[in-house]
Ligand binder design. Structure first.
Ligand SMILES: Cc1cc2nc3c(=O)[nH]c(=O)nc-3n(C[C@H](O)[C@H](O)[C@H](O)COP(=O)(O)OP(=O)(O)OC[C@H]3O[C@@H](n4cnc5c(N)ncnc54)[C@H](O)[C@@H]3O)c2cc1C
Length: 416
């Protein structure tokens, strides 16, 4: 039988659910494709090849006093991979990445290169952004930028019950807050009750000059790695890490940092190699008003499941349904959860069933989940979380009838 060619597209390959490969396909590795093609500091715009990372963008624009508007909490991801998942991060006003994309060029299945924007080939704009590489290869992207600014860090101790109100009054209600992230304790002593909210407030009284050197090295990687390993293995390790984090937060209070450096957060301590186990992310979006109720349900599920939860961070993503597979059906809190899971067949089955139980609660609270992670969710859960999925897969057939662009996300969730 004649085999048809299939391509899967890869950036930095941090997605975790077979999104960048497919059986017998050719992997198109975009990472060498990273030049800046055009830059207009006056208009605050950059056109850059899709294999470039956010770090490449920051390295380029920092000298002009400019910064990225929306990206993940780390700068290690490619622009093409970030568009294809429609990323979000800590900027509370910029929301999903789609909002900050002006246009891109897309190499489609019939070999044409199309300019895609809200006015040109507009049908493809909300499909390819958040399209997981199924509509073609994003070649280069025009992004709008913002000013690099000085921020002062302000950290508050809060709790799960009052977080939504705290956020509305003290974070969203304060025009000076630019970036925000919160952490929920996974320590047995304060399990899913205690929180820290970390806010970055604009401080125009401090000049950028003298502060605007880009951070190039992560500090304290080895001790943090050791602590994080204890957090993986023992309840007392989780308690100790949480109390050390509290001390670290106290030390950070009032510190100054530029936007570009605040958006270069640290990840080297998370590198982990252990035969038979892995750390895996899952991310749940719940409407702002549902937060405390969902966390209560989440706590009860976790008390009955064999899931080793290592860390939860919370971000805010405002309502944005422009992408066909959009996750922000309302103003949402995103709970990014890192689990340590066994890779044995039984361990995987238990992890999958536990995650599916969590997801039932997410959906009961009108929530959604993020698609770049392991394909644990059931098909019916995917369909409930992404009501426009049928239109998405129909358009895939229209634009790519011979399935040139393929990956396991397609086979896992297309359904019959
Ligand atoms: C530690 C960690 C932290 C994370 N934090 C965040 C966060 O704060 N916010 C957030 O939103 N997400 C976060 N993520 C998820 C992350 O944004 C996605 O996994 C993102 O896709 C990674 O970019 P990448 O370059 O590794 O893409 P890849 O994993 O290489 O690719 C992802 C998808 O994009 C497609 N693709 C890649 N390049 C192109 C291209 N040029 N054209 C068309 N399709 C393409 C691939 O086929 C694939 O479907 C995190 C992930 C990890 C592992």
């Amino acid at each position: 039988m004649k085999k048809t060619l299939a391509l899967s597209i890869a950036g930095q390959r941090h997605s975790q659910g077979g999104h960048t490969y497919y059986k017998d396909s050719i992997v198109v590795d975009m990472t060498a494709y990273r030049r800046v093609l055009a830059f207009d500091p006056e208009q605050k715009k950059i056109r850059i090849q899709a294999g470039a990372t956010w770090q490449d963008v920051q390295d380029y624009v920092n000298a002009y006093g400019l910064a990225v508007k929306t990206m993940q909490s780390q700068n290690i991801f490619t622009i093409g991979g970030s568009l294809s998942v429609n990323a979000h991060g800590r900027d509370i006003r910029n929301g999903s990445l789609i909002k900050r994309v002006e246009s891109f060029r897309l190499l489609v299945a019939d070999g044409r290169i199309l300019n895609v924007s809200r006015t040109e080939n507009a049908d493809l704009f909300p499909l390819a952004i958040g399209g997981y590489g199924l509509f073609g290869i994003i070649l280069d992207v025009t992004l709008s930028l913002t000013d690099n600014e000085m921020y002062r860090i302000a950290i508050d101790h809060v709790d799960v019950e009052s977080y939504s109100r705290y956020f509305a009054e003290k974070v969203k209600g304060n025009p000076d807050v630019r970036l925000h992230i919160a952490r929920i304790s996974v320590a047995p002593a304060h399990f899913l009750t205690e929180m820290y909210a970390i806010n970055y407030l604009s401080d125009p009284s401090v000049p950028l000059e003298g502060h605007d050197r880009l951070k190039t090295r992560e500090t304290g990687v080895i001790p943090t790695k050791i602590m994080f390993n204890l957090n993986r293995s023992f309840g007392w390790g989780k308690d100790t890490l949480w109390s050390l984090q509290k001390r670290y937060f106290a030390k950070q209070q009032g510190m100054l940092v530029t936007r570009n450096n605040a958006m270069r957060s640290e990840s080297a301590f998370m590198a982990y190699r252990q035969a038979g186990r892995n750390d895996l992310l899952q991310e749940y979006f719940v409407p702002v008003q549902e937060f405390a109720g969902f966390v209560d349900d989440f706590r009860s599920v976790l008390q009955n499941e064999k899931l080793n939860l290592l860390n939860i961070t919370v971000r805010y993503v405002n309502h944005d349904e422009e992408a066909t597979l959009s996750y922000a059906k309302e103003d949402m809190f995103a709970l990014v959860c890192l689990f340590n899971v066994p890779l044995s067949q039984q361990g995987q089955a238990e992890a999958q069933s536990g995650i599916q139980n969590v997801l039932d609660r997410v959906i009961a609270h009108r929530g959604t989940y993020y698609l770049p992670y392991a394909a644990y969710p059931r098909l019916d859960q995917f369909r409930a979380a992404y009501p426009k999925q049928a239109a998405f897969f129909q358009k895939k057939e229209q634009y790519d009838p011979n399935h040139l662009f393929m990956n396991y996300f397609y086979t896992d969730y297309k359904g019959g």
